[in-house]
Ligand binder design. Structure first.
Ligand code: MIC
Ligand code: SF4
Length: 650
């Protein structure tokens, strides 16, 4: 059979279900990764499964999100993560070693394998030819225990690349172009496969920028072939032995093809407040906009070549605005320190930030009020930067550096006219390899000697009751289209409560309605079910399972939406919240916050696969609904969530 790359990797890993487009398949997972903000819950859930040692080929726990801090919470979490990793066979990447996706690509990503991670940008691994997928922490815990990971067998979209990038145009501009084609909604259940003669001209770190931000389209993941460039990268990382060739067979089929001519691309930007809001940088320049802040880094654009490019552009200039740079990993930071580029950056007045997520997750370096911030990361959701009215634009390192010099939105191609030549930075033939910040776990024999550290911030994962026969309750909130997990469960200054669900739950929907948690709690006490009504693409963005776990803790029993994004949908199921959809989207308009809704016999009907209706008791209306749940997912919801289900089914 003639196969594309996605099919090749998936077919070699499917352990359950039929590989038919749209149906659920379970796949074997070779590698897992977690980061600290989602990791504590993932490991608490793993511990609850009572499996002594991970069963994957490789599991790595990274600390990169909650690093800067006031108070004891983050440091306590780090201690928990380090000890739990040592005990259960997991490698531990210490704080300071870098952002999980950057470090994983450098040191562990392996073509032809499967990786899931409790972070939506795990897709970065596609740059090295992995099927790498973001998932909720509980799914990662199950995979660490040797369980399958379930996805919808995908439609595969081929992104056919021709030509070569012109100077001043970067990999970021490629993915922004893809976002212009695909937008941020309507791509659930698809995977992107890059192909065509243009692929060979992109290095692995450039490919990883593209697969990283593919997450913003809502596809399950994106993958590049594994070719001579991949071999070159792995060799430079001292891992040539991990290389295999991976290419689509001649005549392989795809569900859709998107053509992108790299030579025709121009510098692009994603405008506030969505990564899919694309405009040409030259048009924004024409508006004469002042830039208040530039932030360079994040898992999208913080590779060695990215930072060297910026350093060369800034060399000999003093920045005209506030500029922060966060190198993606210790490897990158040490290399630019060793060759003098860091010194050039410091001389230019840039503020050197830690090798961590930092500004991207909004836990420091927030812009000024209404400030225009140009950032090289992947998300510009409203308020995510920590400043509610900031205007965040997502751009390439080249465009960010141009603004750093001029203090205005500037097409980087204009720098030539200012005497700044395009710096052609090559990927090094040898990276600086030093894994001393990655701790190995102790042997199985020694594991009993390790005591897992639990600070006062670490609570037990909450448990849910089995699903009630009927759902009857109040619409506690009605939200619009494209509500992100940053709206549902804000990060930034609230991040340090990720391990303390009782506390963190008091911030659910904080950016939209601060009364939400108290209203939910009052209903819960009275035995009234809480119901969320949402528009299109509900739960976009991150993989944080807290966006399902905390609403569950507050007594939310159902989300009624026009559509729900993949990872959030899986998280709702994992925490026993029923996701159902309007058969007729116009019915959304007829429901208001405060309405009393009933889904009679919900459990019985869903078990049988029958037709389901929501009755609006307040308005005397009845709406036809649909659901898309596999038999496995139904069982999980009936049990009250994955933890209860896993324990029940042994
Ligand atoms: C993000 O970029 O939104 C995060 C923070 O990395 C999240 C994970 C989290 O919320 O902890 C993600 O992308 O999944
Ligand atoms: Fe960290 Fe930002 Fe990447 Fe999320 S998107 S993993 S917060 S750098």
């Amino acid at each position: 059979m003639v196969k594309n790359i996605v099919e090749k990797i998936l077919l070699a890993h499917i352990v359950e279900g039929e590989p038919a487009k749209g149906s659920e398949v379970g796949m074997r997972i070779d590698q897992t990764l977690t980061q600290d903000a989602t990791g504590t819950m993932a490991y608490l859930q793993f511990e609850a499964m009572r499996i002594p040692r991970v069963k994957t080929d490789l599991s790595v726990s990274y600390v990169d999100h909650n690093t800067v801090q006031v108070g004891f919470e983050n440091a306590d979490d780090h201690n928990y993560l380090q000890t739990v990793a040592a005990k259960h066979g997991i490698k531990f990447s210490r704080p300071g070693n870098g952002i999980c996706h950057q470090v994983h690509l450098e040191r562990f990503g392996k073509p032809g394998t499967t990786l899931i991670g409790s972070d939506s940008h795990t897709t970065t691994g596609g740059g090295v030819g992995q099927i790498a997928i973001g998932a909720g922490g509980l799914d990662v815990a199950v995979a660490m225990g040797g369980g399958a990971f379930y996805i919808t067998y995908p439609n595969v979209i081929k992104v056919n690349l021709t030509g070569e990038l012109k100077p001043w145009v970067g990999a970021k501009d490629v993915i922004l172009k893809v976002l212009e084609h695909l937008t941020t909604k309507g791509n659930v259940g698809c995977m992107l496969e890059y192909a065509g003669p243009g692929v060979a001209s992109l290095t692995v770190p450039e490919r990883a920028t593209i697969t990283n931000m593919g997450a913003e389209t809502g596809v399950t993941t994106s993958v590049f072939p594994s070719d001579e460039e991949t071999k070159k990268f792995l060799k430079a990382q001292g891992r040539e032995g991990d290389w295999i060739e991976l290419k689509a067979d001649e005549g392989a089929e795809y569900d859709r093809v998107i053509d992108i001519d790299l030579s025709a691309l121009e510098p692009l930007a994603a405008m506030p407040h969505s990564p899919g809001n694309i405009k040409k940088v030259c048009e924004l320049e024409a508006e004469g906009m002042d830039v208040d802040q530039v932030a360079i880094g994040s898992c999208t654009n913080s590779s060695y070549v990215d930072l060297m490019t910026v350093a060369k552009i800034l060399k000999g200039h003093v920045v005209a605005t506030s500029v922060g740079i966060a190198p993606g990993s210790k490897q990158v930071l040490q290399m630019i320190a060793g060759n003098g580029a860091l010194s050039d950056l410091i001389a230019s007045g840039t503020r050197i930030l830690e090798s961590a997520c930092g500004f991207c997750i909004g836990n420091h370096f927030s812009p000024s009020s209404k400030g225009v911030s140009l950032r090289t990361n992947n998300r510009n959701f409203e308020g995510r930067s920590g400043t509610k009215d900031a205007q965040v634009y997502l751009v390439s390192p080249e465009t960010a550096a141009a603004a750093a010099i001029t203090g205005k939105f500037t097409d980087p191609r204009k720098l030539e006219g200012m005497g700044i030549k395009h710096p052609k930075v090559e990927m090094p033939n040898k990276f600086l390899i030093d894994d001393s910040m990655i701790l190995d776990p102790v042997s199985e024999k020694e594991a009993s000697k390790i005591t897992v550290f639990r600070g006062p911030n670490i609570g037990n994962p909450p448990v849910n009751d089995p699903m009630p026969d009927a759902i009857e309750g109040e619409v506690v909130i009605k939200v619009e289209d494209k509500i992100t997990t940053d709206h549902i469960m804000p990060a930034g200054s609230r991040l340090k409560y990720r391990s303390n669900i009782e506390k963190y739950a008091s911030f659910v929907f904080e950016p939209l309605d601060t009364t939400f948690p108290d209203r939910c709690k009052a209903n819960k006490q009275k035995g009234i079910h809480n119901i969320i009504v949402a528009g299109l693409s509900y739960g976009q963005g991150s993989s944080r399972e807290h966006a399902a776990m905390c609403p569950m803790y507050l007594g939310v029993k159902a989300v009624i939406a026009k559509s729900i994004e993949r990872i959030h949908m899986a998280n709702l199921v994992n925490f026993g919240i029923l996701p159902i959809f309007f058969e007729n989207e116009a019915d959304y308009d007829g429901i208001a916050q405060g309405d009393v809704l009933e889904i009679p016999d919900a459990k019985k009907i869903i078990a049988k696969g029958g037709e389901i209706y929501v009755e609006n008791k307040t308005r005397g209306k009845r709406y036809r609904m649909k659901y898309d749940l596999s038999e496995r997912q139904k069982e999980i919801i009936f049990a009250g969530g994955m933890l209860a289900y896993t324990v029940k089914s042994g």
